[in-house]
Structures are given as structure tokens and as C-alpha cells.
Design a protein around this ligand. Structure first.
Ligand code: 13P
Length: 288
């Protein structure tokens, strides 16, 4: 089975007022868990790959190979897109060449004219090949795999300009942050989200930093046009806590508990359960 672009699944989600989860992958365990969870929940799913995670997994081609093989091995039937997260210009081209079905070009750190120029070029290159594209306006605060930003809120006019280039979905800074939210976080800026949705004429919007946002804010964001929610940190915390418990309980010292397949199993199971929980929260269960 082929992997699909994220365009169609996100257009359906926007029309149906739910969000598709982008769950970032870090290794084979992550791929297996997320695909298994999406199949269990009968949900379309997007596997996010940062450039750093791509390097860790021995390059984009290997990532595409692993995803395709695991997908077929597990008989996955739900729509799956493999998407570059916060790609550079060269990274986006390389990911497309390697077989990614969707890319994010993050030109938010360039001055706006440069962001527009580069976004336009990536959109043309990707669309000629049937690949969906996400661009970014404003900044997502915090740090994602080496990509940092102070978290500048997006300008609706700039969002409209990028939307007019034909981008398929748009990430806009609305007070969201990568990583753990600080205790004094002010929440999402819903007035701005509403303005952006209006300025972009109903373009599917992307909420980065999807870990740890209160459920009522997630629901409200979806009602205002958020159609894709990116999650990375929350799964990393789940995985680490489950593996830590296994070790602290001394399970690695019992019998062959040191076998990596046993050692990592609690983390893998924990991620699977968390992804099903988040899919239900985002409303994409049974939408495959
Ligand atoms: P979190 O790590 O905060 O969940 O953010 C993930 C993300 O936005 C990936 O682009």
C-alpha cells in the first residue's frame, strides 16, 4: 500500500471539524506504536519526522523504507502520510526525493519576502509531484529538535499572502510552544486564530506544540479551523516514564529482562495507548 499526501485527509477533517494527529517518530518502536494505535482507532494519521530525527534514523530514505515496510507488515489500512517537520529548503527537497508524501517548509525565521519566495518554490516543486505542503508564519515558541523560536504571533495579512501561494495547510504562531508549557503560560490566542482563519478563507490550520494543551483549548482551536495537531514531547514523556518504572522496579534484572525488546516494551505500549487517547481527543477516531 502506498502512503498518501496529507491534503485530502486534512480537507476532510476541516469540513468535518476534527483534527488529524501528527505524531513525531524517533525510531522503529515509535513507528510501530503509532501505526498500531491509528489502526486500532480507525484514524487517518500523519507521521512527523524532524530533520534531526531523520539523521538519527540514518537518513530520509531509511525512514521511508521503515515506514513502508512496517505499514505493510502490520497490515495498516488507515490513511498514513509521512511528513517532514520544520524542514529547511534543502531538507524539504531531499525529503520529497526520498519518498515523503508531505513536507513542512519552515521559513518563519527568514524575513517575510524571503519566506514567501522560498515557500512558493517548495509549493511548486511539491505540487508537481503530488506532495502536500505546510508553511509557517510567525514562530512557535520553544525548541523542536534544534529549531528554536521566541514564539512570535503570526500576522493574519502574512498568513493570507502564504495562503494565496496555494499552500495546503498553514502553521501560524498563536502563543503555542514546543516542549513543556510553563506554569505561567497565557494560553492560545483565539482572537488571532479566528482572524487567521478568516484571512486564509478556511485553509486547514496546524497547531504545533500539541503536548499539554488543556482539552477545552484543543476543542476550541479545532472549532476555529485547527485541523492538524502536532505531538512529540507528550509521547517522549510517556515513553521515558514507562521505561523508567520498568528499570526502577528492577525488571531488567529479572530473568532476561535486560533484552531490549523487553526493556523498551513498556514505553512502546505506553505510547500506543497515549496515541489512541489523543486521537479520541482530536475527534479523528473512526474517520479513516
Ligand atoms: P511538542 O513537542 O510540544 O508536542 O510539539 C511537537 C511539534 O509541534 C512538532 O512540530
Amino acid at each position: 500500500m502506498v502512503l498518501v499526501s496529507a491534503k485530502e485527509m486534512l480537507e476532510k477533517a476541516h469540513a468535518g471539524q476534527y483534527a488529524v494527529g501528527q505524531f513525531n517518530i524517533n525510531n522503529m518502536e515509535w513507528i510501530k506504536s503509532i501505526l498500531t494505535a491509528a489502526e486500532e482507532a480507525k484514524a487517518p494519521v500523519i507521521l512527523g519526522v524532524s530533520e534531526g530525527a531523520g539523521k538519527y534514523m540514518a537518513g530520509f530514505k531509511n525512514v521511508v523504507g521503515m515506514v513502508k515496510e512496517i505499514h505493510d507488515y502490520l497490515n495498516i489500512t488507515v490513511p498514513v502520510a509521512i511528513h517532514l517537520d520544520h524542514g529547511s529548503y534543502d531538507g524539504a527537497i531531499a525529503a520529497i526525493e526520498a519518498g515523503f508524501t508531505s513536507v513542512m517548509f519552515d521559513g518563519s525565521h527568514f524575513d517575510f519576502d524571503e519566506n514567501v519566495k522560498k515557500s512558493k518554490a517548495i509549493i511548486e516543486y511539491a505540487h508537481e509531484r503530488g506532495i502536500s505542503v505546510e508553511c509557517e508564519v510567525g514562530g512557535i515558541g520553544g525548541e523542536e529538535d534544534g529549531v528554536t523560536s521566541a514564539g512570535e504571533q503570526a500576522s493574519p495579512q502574512e498568513c493570507a499572502t502564504i495562503a494565496e501561494l496555494g499552500v495546503d495547510f498553514l502553521a501560524a504562531g498563536i502563543g503555542n510552544i514546543h516542549g513543556k508549557y510553563p506554569a505561567n503560560w497565557g494560553g492560545l490566542n483565539f482572537d488571532l486564530l479566528e482572524e487567521i482563519q478568516e484571512a486564509t478563507k478556511g485553509l486547514p490550520l496546524v497547531l504545533h506544540g500539541g503536548s499539554g494543551i488543556p482539552d477545552d483549548q484543543v476543542a476550541k482551536a479545532i472549532s476555529l479551523g485547527v485541523t492538524k495537531i502536532n505531538v512529540n514531547t507528550e509521547l517522549q514523556l510517556e515513553f521515558a516514564a514507562a521505561v523508567r518504572k520498568y528499570v526502577e522496579d528492577g525488571k531488567d534484572l529479572e530473568g532476561k529482562g535486560y533484552d531490549p525488546r523487553k526493556l523498551l516494551a513498556p514505553g512502546t505500549k505506553a505510547i500506543e495507548a497515549k496515541v489512541v487517547e489523543m486521537i479520541n481527543k482530536f475527534g479523528s477516531a473512526n474517520k479513516a
